[in-house]
Design a protein around this ligand. Structure first.
Ligand code: ATP
Ligand code: MG
Length: 561
């Protein structure tokens, strides 16, 4: 986009707030955001939206963006997830400010602040079990009940909290709660839990801690410690904002304050997005791991053949809103199709091959056919591919008894072989199962594309691969994992009941033009007339594996018409 065009694009509501803050010299006119994943799963396309937003705002306003792991729950978090998250953010094209950070780095400071709140009479140790505490919270229209431990003395609270830290109590025996207001209309302000006892080793702090801070207590203070100015999060945290501010007001007396701003999370049609559901797909073996090309994870999209640029463009297109909505997954597919159309070299591949023999073409002769690599990119040049008497074409490009509008090959019909000659089907041979085994054609040497003297009008042009030089490959045809628009949105039925049984189809006997013998994982191509494909990480020389990223057109849109 031209600079002037970009400026003309109106500001989104977050940009408006940031520009206002800069104008008012709030927090010294700094812009410092953070992306705060919990390392309990792989990142998905929803996180990509948040990443593009947080890093994008920092970039746009010459600020910084931290990567902070919200690792306050040791029971669900793993180093594998930390590593995958770092790799995904980098792959998307973003660089975080300094080292990656962890909420666990602040456990000591958070503990000291908790002690400070106790000393102020603003926090207390509650001995009641979690269920009772939940019951006593009341409902939005009915005030909560104060805990009998709410009026404990400061000294007793200090001693008990220290004992909790020491590990004197079993899991769940006690919690530390903020003393806010049990009658608040905001349920999150009804003496929320700040610390719980969890005798579990932490992926970074090991056995040091027996108590762990809750998200609501850790998050705002972590923002503060890092000098975050704009803490962007999804809408469900809107009701947590008063608590976010309450902790800071109680603990901090500086002018500087981080500000929480909420935006609508990304929902995609035909997709489940929550990490819990994605983990279920992995654990139950519905997919082959977090990076299965059908997963909406960043690792899955990458393996599927999505480019980082197409995901960034998609995030830009959907923008940020204040109300929840669902984006058509077709828009994501459109974004990658558009990018691949520009960058992917065109090649010929036959996924379901049938032999075609040109009976009147000299045996043993081979000629070179020049094909351009990418019509969108003249500088991509051209290549030569061999043509000879024996070729492969796509099985469904031939019909023995075709309907009227079938413009491909059939007995006594003519088609052009792309870049080469016009051929006419003279006969065919069936195998024992009654399937077409070989198609016999004749050709006219004067019809060669570009140089021939004859150019008979034919309606169809077929892609083909020369038989002797063809390389074998396995091609995995991926489709949407769910066949329902909102798989997680049914009250009575689980999302797993809407799995698309045809989400993976494997073609094991494909024939590709010879230049594809030498490819690397993640290389991307357009298989002409078929779709966009990339080399899978399982691919090895001699045992090539390709994934279909998307078909050339949106086949689902057509189906739904
Ligand atoms: P999920 O609910 O999908 O399991 P989460 O919110 O628990 O994800 P976190 O690791 O806590 O995952 O999220 C890190 C950041 O990404 C948070 O700021 C969160 O608001 C944001 N985020 C998560 N899901 C989405 C989404 N679908 N769209 C936009 N941002 C999201
Ligand atoms: Mg979360």
């Amino acid at each position: 986009m031209e600079a002037s065009e970009k400026e003309k694009k109106s500001l989104n509501f977050i940009e408006t707030i940031i520009e206002e803050d800069i104008k008012n010299h709030k927090n010294d006119a700094r812009v410092h955001t953070r992306f705060p994943p919990e390392p309990n799963g792989y990142l998905h396309i929803g996180h990509a939206k948040s990443i593009c937003l947080n890093f994008g705002m920092a970039e746009k306003y010459n600020g910084k963006c931290n990567l902070r792991f919200d690792d306050t729950n040791p029971t669900k978090e793993e180093m594998e997830y930390v590593d995958s998250i770092k790799a995904d953010v980098q792959w998307l094209g973003f660089e975080w400010n300094g080292q990656e950070l962890f909420a666990s780095d602040y456990f000591d400071q958070l503990y000291d602040w908790a002690v400070m709140l106790i000393k102020k009479g603003k926090a207390y140790v509650d001995d009641q079990p979690q269920e009772l505490i939940s019951q006593q919270r009341g409902t939005p229209t009915r005030p909560g009940i104060e805990s009998p431990f709410r009026s404990r003395s400061i000294d007793e609270n200090l001693a008990l909290f220290e004992a909790m830290k020491r590990g004197d109590f079993p899991n769940g025996a006690k919690v530390l709660r903020a003393k806010v207001d049990m009658a608040s209309p905001n349920m999150h302000m009804r003496d929320p839990v700040m610390y719980r006892i969890l005798n579990a080793p932490h992926h970074r702090t090991g056995d040091t801690w027996k108590i762990y801070p809750m998200y609501d207590y850790a998050h705002g203070q972590s923002d503060y410690l890092e000098g975050i100015t704009h803490s962007l999060c999804t809408l469900e945290f809107e009701v947590h904002r008063p608590l976010y501010d309450w902790f800071l007001d109680e603990l901090i007396d500086t002018e500087y304050r981080p500000r929480q701003i909420e935006f609508a999370r990304l929902n995609l049609s035909y997709t489940v997005m929550s990490k819990r559901k994605l983990l279920e797909l992995v654990k139950n073996g519905v997919v082959n791991g977090w990076d299965d090309p059908r997963m909406p994870t960043i690792a899955g999209l990458r393996r599927r053949g999505y480019t980082a640029a197409s995901i960034r463009t998609f995030a830009d297109r959907i923008g940020v809103a204040k109300r929840d909505n669902t984006i058509d997954v077709g828009l994501l597919e459109f974004s990658v199709r558009e990018d691949l159309n520009n960058i992917a070299p065109r090649v010929m591949a036959v996924l379901d091959p049938v032999k075609l023999i040109i009976s009147n073409y000299p045996e043993g002769q081979t000629e070179q056919i020049e094909l351009i690599n990418n019509p969108e990119q003249p500088e991509a040049g051209s290549r030569n591919i061999p043509f000879s008497r024996e070729l492969y074409i796509e099985r469904d490009d031939f019909m023995i008894d075709p309907p009227k509008k079938f413009f491909r090959l059939a007995p006594d019909k003519e088609v052009r072989l792309k870049g080469a000659y016009v051929v006419r089907c003279e006969s065919y041979e069936l195998d024992d199962a009654g399937e077409v085994k070989t198609i016999y054609c004749s050709y006219d040497a004067e019809t060669r594309s570009g140089t021939g003297t004859k150019n008979p009008k034919v309606k169809g042009t077929l892609h083909w691969v020369e038989a002797n030089t063809a390389v074998d490959a396995e091609v995995r045809l991926y489709d949407r994992l769910f066949n329902d628009e909102d798989p997680a949105g049914h009250k009575e039925k689980d999302a797993m009941e809407f799995l698309n049984p045809d989400s993976l189809q494997i073609k094991t006997y494909c024939k590709l033009e010879r230049m594809l013998a030498d490819v690397q994982p993640e290389d991307k191509f357009q298989f002409q007339r078929i779709g966009y494909f990339c080399v899978d990480k399982d691919s090895k020389a001699g045992q090539l594996v390709f994934n279909r990223t998307v078909s050339l057109r949106d086949t689902w849109a057509k189906m739904n018409q």
